[in-house]
Design a protein around this ligand. Structure first.
Ligand code: NI
Length: 167
């Protein structure tokens, strides 16, 4: 098991657009395992490949308290969205910053698992938030991009300050 390094803002590599996965091989399955391990250790409830500087369309998620319901979504596509919810979000790539983000309240997502099996999932509440947040990463979008320019600026300032303090 390899623990992967998570990129943090303002790293420009977080803006990279991920490419679809075309081969479901052992290497991909090992990468999915490493992603889960890295997410659990962080700890976090979701991680996109973009965040570990691997630009393929793969995200891992586990919102369960027991950390025993891992999901791996490869080439995920949201095919239906409904309603509105506002939820406070954070991100392993934006340490120490939390902000309310408006998102769809339910989503239907089509994806492949790490073995290449086609799947479909309907999600609401936190899982819907998480799916939308992680799929955003694959498009080079972080949750701060959903905030007003002023709120984003304040968040970036706070982030810079915390980075200085931790040096
Ligand atoms: Ni994130």
């Amino acid at each position: 098991m390899t623990k992967l390094t998570i990129l943090t803002l303002p790293d420009k590599r977080l803006k990279t657009i991920a490419k679809p996965v075309t081969e479901f091989n052992h290497k991909l399955q090992q990468f999915a395992k490493d992603m889960l391990e890295t997410m659990y250790e962080a700890p976090g409830i979701g991680l996109a490949a973009t965040q570990v500087d691997k630009h393929i369309q793969l995200v891992v998620i586990d919102i369960s308290e027991e950390k025993n319901q891992p999901l791996c979504l490869v080439n995920p596509k949201i095919i239906k969205k409904d309603g509105v919810q506002i939820h406070e979000e954070g991100c392993l790539s934006v340490p120490g910053i939390y902000a309310n983000v408006k998102r769809a309240s339910t989503v239907e997502v089509e994806y492949f698992n790490e073995k290449g099996e086609e799947k479909k999932l309907q999600a609401d509440e936190l899982l819907a938030v998480c799916i939308q947040h992680e799929i955003d990463h694959l498009k080079g979008i972080v949750f701060l991009d959903h905030l007003s320019p002023l709120k984003r600026k304040m968040a970036m300032k706070k982030l810079e300050k915390e980075a200085q303090n931790s040096d």
